[in-house]
Ligand binder design. Sequence first.
Ligand code: ADP
Ligand code: MG
Length: 576
Amino acid sequence: MIKTLMASIREYKKDSILTPLFVTLEVILEVLIPFFMAGIIDIGLANADMPFTIRMGLTLTVAAVLSLICGALSGKYAAKASAGFAKNLRKDMFYRIQGFSFSNIDKFSPESLVTRLTTDVTNVQNAYQMIIRILIRGPVMLIFALVMAVGINRELSMIFFCAIPILGFGLFFIAIKAHPHFEKVFRTYDFLNGVVREDVTAIRTVKSYVREDYEISIFKKISKQVFDRFVNAEKIVAWNAPLMQFTMYVSILLISWLAGELIVQEEMTTGQLMSMIVYATQILSSLMMLSMVFVMIIIAASSARRIVEVLTEESSLKDPENPVEVVKDGSIDFDNVNFSYSGDSNKCSLHDISIHIKSGETIGIIGSTGSAKSTLVQLIPRLYDATTGSVKVGGIDVREYGLDAIRSQVAMVLQKNTLFSGTIKENLRWGNPNATDEEIKKACILSQADEFVSAFPDGYDTYIEQGGTNVSGGQKQRLCIARALLRNPKILILDDSTSAVDTKTDAMIRKAFREDIPNTTKIIIAQRISSVEDADKVIVMDGGRIDAFDTPENLMKTNKIYREVYESQVNGGKNE
Ligand SMILES: Nc1ncnc2c1ncn2[C@@H]1O[C@H](COP(=O)(O)OP(=O)(O)O)[C@@H](O)[C@H]1O
Ligand SMILES: [Mg+2]
């Protein structure tokens, strides 16, 4: 895990090494200061040696200033190293995610990917900064201060050797106790994130169902839970301070008491006593720092784990060794295809699918929601791979094509399609970056979008807001169809893509398809029977199986599901 994370430090290695270097210098200087002070008191003042006192005083000042500068530098480098590390982590994750297949994304869910890219990276960034500064500072200070203390008086230093294990054990115990509470806090925090995101992204739905109060109550409940759990965790950590102070004051008392006798016996000086007391504070506070970093690292560990999960996730779709780059034609063959989203063959969403579609045919697909219509067509551009059996396009298994080759020839308008922020033209050029203005206009005429686009004051330069909120559902669908058409695909799949378009426009789109792109295989998933009535053949889906695959006329005579849908829609219309 650590190795995977470290790989993202890259160009910030220098800063990551300079930080502990300056921290070490800072600490050494800090530890030397009491030593100089002892010199001033014991030699300079005791003997009234003015030149010595001034010399020592100057040395002390220089040491203090240098230590300050080192501290500032270490702070600067630590900030740069940790922010740079975080930047690289985000970049690496983002690149990984771009390579994810649909099933990789299903596994993580977009919400959790967002949390991992933001909150988790921030946690790791903070921990990293702590590690390169405090985790170095603590032990270095502990060791140097101890060495200096032993140098002054070996017997008195024994007090530290008793106090350190007591305090160390106590702090460790507290950290271990607090850990599960912090884990709980962060799990609840994740949950809170999820709730907030769900509510905010669906705020329109929430409002139209007047569910604000309900959402607020849920939010309050979880907020309170986060609060309670955080307080619980902090309550335990709060024991750190009294424990630390108790040990420190007991140590200082013991030192003063024992040193008092030594001073009377002239085996120790006042200056040395003072230094010992400063070392006591330094040693014990370095332990305290260590325990705090320990808690931080524990908190960040779960974030780090979640980041590494993304970084090490292998895309489930890979280009083959010698990919076929040319798609011969738009014929499609499903041979004994079974498909399961989880890969578990007991929970198949598609069962035993075998169909053969000729290049240039128009195929309709109908079936109730959940009958796996979308699932079926997603296998064609290889958004998912068949679990068993094979899907062929142009007579060749889709797994043998380069991913780019197959996807550029199979254009799919997804059921939940999105436009991105940018002008209409920019959005349409997703389909083909080199499309000329005429080609864009032509695609829009085909998809019946030209009329309303031209009516906008800015025409094709109209700005689409993020998520496409400033165009209607039907307009968005037509733009998405135009975008797909610009690819000049051999296969065009419309997954319920005209549901928000009126029947007349829908018919015009199909007519345009028939006349202008006769060689493209067209697959149209629809709720309305009228959308598939003029297709060459229609697939009737039922519970992940093909119920029938025939011409609309034959289906009318032979297929119960088709006839029922027809009658409910056509007769229902007549009775109105
Ligand atoms: N990403 C997914 N992960 C797991 N199961 C899914 C996923 N998408 C759809 N399903 C399941 O597959 C079945 C078919 O769904 P779908 O193909 O979307 O139906 P349709 O398009 O006909 O409404 C449903 O039971 C649905 O719950
Ligand atoms: Mg669907």
